[in-house]
Design a protein around this ligand. Structure first.
Ligand SMILES: Cc1cc2nc3c(=O)[nH]c(=O)nc-3n(C[C@H](O)[C@H](O)[C@H](O)COP(=O)(O)O)c2cc1C
Ligand code: SF4
Length: 503
C-alpha cells in the first residue's frame, strides 16, 4: 500500500455514492487500504456517512431566522434530514441543502462595482491574466516583494502575512512543492469565498497560477467545500477556459477535490490530512506546511480571498493595495447576516467600523443588541462597541477576532444565553475529538448552558476555570476559541446570566 493509494480512498467512496453496504470492502480491494481503516476514515465525514439526507442549517444566522421551527416542521414529516452545523448560506437563512438537488444560490447583495476594490465582486471577470504575465516577466523575488509591500495578510482567519509563507516555500531546498487552495469555507456566518469563485473565478485561477509559477509548484490542489458543487464547477470551468485561451502554463496539473462535510477540514493541516485520505484531524505545528505540508513537501495553503487579491496586487502594485486599507492594508470582504436589512458580501477598506458596515447592509432589523464580528470563534461584542474597527489588530485588542469576517448582527429580541448555546453546539459537533480539553470542554460548555437555561443558576459557575484549559490544551483554533461565545456573552450581558430565568 502506498500513500498515493490512500489518497484515493475518500474520492472512491464519494464516487460510490457514500458509505453504503459493501463500499468499504470494495475500496479496500481497489486500494489495498485495510477495510476497517477505510470505514473508520469515511465515517468521519458527514457527506460520506450520510450522503443523501437533506441538511437543515442550525448556524447562528439561520437560528435567528427560525431554523428551529423549520427543524420542528421537518421532524413532523417522514423526510429524513440532518441538522447541519452551517451550510454557508447565511444570506438566505434559514437555509437547507439537498445533496441530491440543484440547490441554486440566490443573488447576494454586493458592494457596487468600483476600480478601487481589490476583488470587486460586482466587476467584470477577465481572461487577460496580466498579473501572471508580470510575474513571469519579473520573477519570484519581485512577486514576493510586491506581496510584502502590499501587506496582504491571510483572509482565511489567521491574518498571517502572505509574503512570509510564499518566501517560506520559495526558500525550501526541496523541489517537490504544492499550492493548495483552501475553499472549504465553513465558519458560521461566512459565505464570501463561494461568491469570489462564482463571481470572479479567473482572479482565483490567475492567483493560483501566479503562486505555482513563482514557487515552482507543478501541482495545484483546489479543495472546495462539498456542499458547494456549483462553485467547484465554476472554478474548474474557469481553469479550462484559461487553458484554452493559452493563459496558463500547461506544465502545471490542476486537481479539484470536493470536501466531504467536515468543518474542521478548513483548518489547513486537517485539510492536508483529508487530501491524503485520512480523517481531517489537525496536525501539531511545527512543522508548518511551508516546510512539510502535502505529502510532506513544502506547501503554500491560501484562502480563496487571499489568492484572489494577488492579480491586482501585481498589476496595480503592492503600495496601491496597502493604501486601500484604513487601519490595516487592503480591502476586505465582510459577510453580513443576521438581523440586517440586506445580508450580503461587502468589500470595504480594512478597518471599516461596525456602524458603517451595518449601514452598507441596509441597517439593523430592530434595535442592535450585539454582534459577532468574525464567525463563531469571535464570540460576541455589545452594541456599545459599534465603532470598533473591523480589522485583525483592533478586534484582538477587545478580546475578539476578525477571523474570516463572518459578521452576524443580533437585535434586542435575542437571548444571549441561547445565542451562546447555538455556538456551543456548533463547536461540540465539529470538534474532531483528538484533544481531550476540546472534546470534553466543548461538551461541558454546551451542557452547562443547557442546565442554566433549564433553571440551574449555578450551572455556569465553573466555566471560567475550564476555559483556560481548553485554550492551552487544544491543538487548533477550534478548541482554543470554543468557550469565547459563552464567556463574552457573560462578560457583556451579565444581567442575562445572573439567574436562570429561561425555560
Ligand atoms: C477550526 C478552523 C477552521 C478554519 N476554517 C477555514 C476555512 O474554512 N477556510 C479557510 O480559508 N481557512 C480556514 N481556517 C484557517 C486555515 O487554517 C489557514 O490559516 C488558512 O487556510 C490559510 O490561508 P490564508 O493565510 O490565506 O488565510 C481555519 C482555521 C481553523 C483553526
Ligand atoms: S482543538 Fe478540537 S478540533 Fe482542534 S485538533 Fe483538538 S480536538 Fe480537534
Amino acid at each position: 500500500m502506498t500513500d498515493r493509494r490512500r489518497e484515493e480512498v475518500l474520492i472512491r467512496i464519494e464516487h460510490a455514492g457514500g458509505l453504503a453496504t459493501g463500499v468499504s470492502n470494495d475500496v479496500h480491494a481497489e486500494t489495498g487500504v485495510p477495510e476497517a481503516d477505510v470505514y473508520g476514515v469515511a465515517t468521519f465525514y458527514s457527506l460520506l456517512k450520510h450522503p443523501s439526507e437533506i441538511r437543515v442549517c442550525q448556524g447562528l444566522s439561520c437560528h435567528l431566522a427560525g431554523s428551529g421551527e423549520k427543524i420542528d416542521a421537518m421532524s413532523a414529516t417522514d423526510t429524513p434530514f440532518l441538522a447541519a452545523a452551517c451550510l454557508g448560506r447565511c444570506d438566505e437563512a434559514p437555509a437547507s441543502w439537498d445533496p441530491q438537488g440543484e440547490n441554486p444560490l440566490p443573488e447576494v447583495h454586493l458592494t457596487a462595482a468600483s476600480d478601487e476594490l481589490a476583488i470587486n465582486l460586482a466587476g467584470v471577470d477577465s481572461l487577460s491574466y496580466e498579473g501572471l504575465a508580470a510575474a513571469q516577466d519579473n520573477g519570484a523575488d519581485w512577486v514576493i516583494g510586491e506581496l510584502e509591500e502590499s501587506g496582504v495578510t491571510g483572509r482565511g482567519g489567521a491574518g498571517f502575512p502572505a509574503h512570509i509563507k510564499w518566501r517560506g516555500v520559495a526558500n525550501q531546498p526541496v523541489t517537490e512543492r504544492y499550492v493548495v487552495l483552501n475553499a472549504d469555507e465553513g465558519e458560521p456566518g461566512t459565505f464570501k469565498d463561494r461568491e469570489v469563485i462564482l463571481k470572479r473565478p479567473h482572479l482565483v485561477v490567475e492567483g493560483l497560477a501566479i503562486a505555482a509559477q513563482a514557487l515552482g509548484a507543478n501541482d495545484i490542489y483546489c479543495y472546495v467545500r462539498g456542499e458547494f458543487g456549483a462553485v467547484r464547477d465554476t472554478l474548474e470551468a474557469a481553469m479550462e477556459d484559461a487553458t484554452t485561451a493559452g493563459a496558463l502554463d500547461t506544465a502545471t496539473t490542476w486537481h479539484f477535490v470536493d470536501g466531504h462535510g467536515a468543518y474542521i477540514c478548513g483548518e489547513e493541516t486537517a485539510l492536508l490530512e483529508s487530501l491524503e485520505g485520512r480523517r481531517g484531524m489537525p496536525r501539531m505545528k511545527p512543522p508548518f506546511p511551508v516546510e512539510a505540508g502535502f505529502r510532506g513537501a513544502p506547501t503554500l495553503i491560501q484562502n480563496v480571498e487571499t489568492i484572489a487579491t494577488i492579480p491586482s496586487i501585481l498589476t496595480r502594485g503592492g503600495a496601491w493595495f496597502r493604501d486601500l486599507g484604513r487601519t490595516e492594508p487592503g480591502t476586505k470582504l465582510y459577510c453580513v447576516s443576521g438581523h440586517v436589512q440586506r445580508p450580503g458580501v461587502y468589500e470595504a477598506p480594512m478597518g471599516i467600523s461596525m456602524a458603517e458596515l451595518i449601514d452598507m447592509a441596509g441597517g439593523v432589523v430592530g434595535t442592535l443588541k450585539a454582534f459577532s464580528p468574525g464567525g463563531a470563534s469571535s464570540g460576541f461584542l455589545p452594541a456599545s462597541m459599534i465603532n470598533v474597527a473591523l480589522d485583525f489588530g483592533s478586534l484582538q485588542k477587545v478580546g475578539s477576532m476578525l477571523g474570516s469576517a463572518g459578521v452576524v448582527v443580533l437585535n434586542d429580541t435575542v437571548d444571549m444565553a441561547e445565542a451562546a448555546l447555538v455556538q456551543a453546539v456548533f463547536f461540540e459537533d465539529e470538534s474532531c475529538g483528538q484533544c481531550a480539553p476540546c472534546r470534553i470542554g466543548t461538551q461541558l460548555v454546551r451542557q452547562a448552558i443547557e442546565r442554566f437555561r433549564r433553571g440551574d443558576s449555578d450551572a455556569l459557575e465553573h466555566i471560567a476555570e475550564i476555559a483556560p484549559g481548553m485554550e492551552q490544551g487544544s491543538i487548533c483554533g477550534l478548541g482554543q476559541a470554543a468557550s469565547l461565545p459563552l464567556l463574552s456573552a457573560m462578560k457583556y450581558f451579565p444581567n442575562e446570566f445572573e439567574s436562570s430565568v429561561h425555560t
